[in-house]
Structures are given as C-alpha cells and as structure tokens.
Design a protein around this ligand. Sequence first.
Ligand SMILES: [Zn+2]
Length: 162
Amino acid sequence: MVNYPRLSLPFALRPSAIQGLGAFAVRRIRRGTRLIEYTGQRVTPEEADRRYDDDAVEHPHTFLFTVDARTVIDASVDGNEARFINHSCNPNCEAVDVDGRIFIDALRDIRPGEELTYDYRLERDGRWRADFAQRYACRCSAPNCRGVLLVRPKKPGRKKRG
Ligand SMILES: [Zn+2]
C-alpha cells in the first residue's frame, strides 16, 4: 500500500475548559491562515427548526451554522472537525463567508497549544427573554466576555433563525 502525503490539520481535538471537545493548535498558525471549511448538510431554516427545538433542552447546543436567510449548515450530518471549534467573546479565529461556503480563518498568530475559537454570534428570533442568559451562558472566561453566546439582532425580525 502506498502512503500518499496528505495535508494534516493544524489543530487537534481534545477536552476544553470552555465546553466539551475543543480544537487546539498543534503548530504555529499564522494570521490569515484558512484552517478548515465548516461542512455539513445544507438545509433550510425551517428544516433546521424541525430537527432541533432549542426551547426543549436546558442548554441548547447544536451544530448549526446560519449562512443566510435561506441556508443553515447542519454539521451533525456530514460535518467535520470544524464543528468542535468553540465560541469565545475574544476569539483568535473568525468565520468567513466565501460565496455561501463558510471557512474558519485565523484572526491573529496562534501558538501551539492555544485553543481555537470564533465568535458564534448566535441569534434567536423574537423578543429577548430573561431565560436566554442562563440557557445560552458563555464560559469563555475572556475579560470582555458578554456572558451569552447570543447577540441581540440589530434589526429585529430580519433574522430567520438563530
Ligand atoms: Zn464569552
């Protein structure tokens, strides 16, 4: 059997203090490096809502990425390692939309051992509810932590799901 050279990811998955599994740099990553595509099944927001009811679980955590008003990526189906990259309010990576495909890029130079994070900027439909702070609590421990994974929609009603 021939061993073809393959591109290995610059990060590895292991338990994270933020939550569950996280992605940790295994070598130096330069600012601007495109790390991985956020893959999964592309579904409509209506289908994503049908699959996952955030109000039915105490701590909602799904592998969904909202691309736009018509498309949500469900990384539970055909997803890759990108779905394990945790949220931080002071992230070292960012999610970039390239013609509807989502990639995770390094925002700055990252040292080996650092956990990779990006700001999920989750949104939810409708009015802000008092229980959101608890249900979507953020544990990133950044000095500027806003306390929740959610961001309040700038234009209420525009966003189709969150
Ligand atoms: Zn935070």
